[in-house]
Design a protein around this ligand. Structure first.
Ligand code: G3H
Ligand code: 13P
Ligand code: ZN
Length: 311
């Protein structure tokens, strides 16, 4: 099976009350850990590449790694551009074989976001590439853009029908209280997503796939591992997994996870290095990191997203 776009996976996820995991990939071990987990539980997958990942690892290397994952697993896998910030970047990914792109005009005024998204949709649609757009802004860091909590804003449900109709986008990322990175909620406060906004949006867009960014749950065992081996991540708090599960059972069809993978990889490597200070073979420390990514992703696919057995 070749790489697929997200249309059919989202239609099935919407009807089935689950979400597809969208995991950020930057190197071979991350691709392998994620796809081994998905193969084990027979789950569809979205592997996504940010502008920064593409600059780090090179478009062709990432493309070929993901193609290798398709050959090895036979799973339906979409290769998606995460947070595309220009028409040119989206076009380059579409021309280079990506099957899905995000155009993130969420920091632009409404009309400019519509115009940019529309331009990408017009290029993508005849090429059978699906387009994710965003309304509302999340706090946190993505590529070089740092959005402070004060500048973030929830999606306004009254805007979504006009936005989707005028742009023709295939899915919509909304802001309901998630944020990028490992520090999502103030320590001492109760993390709570705005399900009322999600419900209002999905009432206005029946059957339309919604996307959640910033959905790492920041497992405390790995925060403690990083802390125990020389790191310092006080107050790292993620989105509670039961709230992600609830969102996945609603209109949310794609849930984005990156920080958790970073945390698992870094925690595992730190621990290994501390316990084996004389070992200098990269395979020795990347192997347990890849294995722990596989276990974490398996848990997400089964217990959080509910997409096991849905490939
Ligand atoms: O939302 C952003 C993703 O976590 C990607 O992060 O731009 O540092 O690759 P990055
Ligand atoms: P996290 O930082 O919560 O993993 O979010 C990742 C994301 O939204 C990628 O687009
Ligand atoms: Zn994101």
């Amino acid at each position: 099976m070749p790489l697929v776009n997200t249309r059919e996976m989202f239609a099935k996820a919407y009807d089935g009350g689950y979400a597809v995991g969208a995991f950020n990939v930057n190197n071979m071990e991350i691709v392998q850990g994620i796809t081994e987990a998905a193969a084990e539980v027979n789950a569809p997958l979205i592997l996504q590449v940010s502008k920064g990942a593409r600059a780090y690892a090179n478009h062709t290397y990432l493309m070929k790694l993901v193609e290798a994952a398709v050959i090895e697993t036979g799973l339906p896998i979409a290769l998606h551009l995460d947070h595309g910030d220009s028409f040119e970047l989206c076009k380059s990914c579409i021309d280079g074989g990506f099957t899905s792109v995000m155009i993130d005009g969420s920091s632009l005024p409404f009309e400019e976001n519509i115009a940019l998204t529309r331009q990408v949709v017009e290029y993508a649609r005849p090429r059978d590439v699906t387009v994710e757009a965003e309304l509302g802004t999340l706090a946190g860091v993505e590529d070089e853009v740092n959005v402070s909590a004060e500048d973030s804003s929830y999606t306004r449900p009254e805007d979504v029908e006009e936005f989707v109709t005028r742009t023709g986008c295939d899915s919509l990322a909304i802001a309901i209280g998630t944020s990028h990175g490992a520090y999502k909620f103030k320590p001492g406060t109760k993390p709570q997503l705005r399900f009322d906004i999600l419900e209002d949006v999905s009432r206005r867009l029946p059957g339309f796939p919604i996307v959640l960014h910033g959905s790492s749950s920041v497992p405390q065992e790995y925060v403690e591992m990083v802390n125990a081996y020389g790191g310092a991540m006080p107050g790292a708090i993620g989105v509670p997994e039961d709230q992600l599960r609830k969102a996945a059972s609603m209109a949310v069809c794609k849930i984005n996870i990156d920080s958790d993978l970073r945390l698992v990889m870094t925690g595992t490597v730190r621990k290994y290095m501390a316990e084996h200070p004389a070992d200098f073979d990269p395979r020795a420390y990347l192997k347990p990191a890849r294995a722990n990514i596989r276990e974490l992703v398996k848990h997400k696919l089964i217990d959080v997203l509910g997409c096991d057995g849905k490939a």
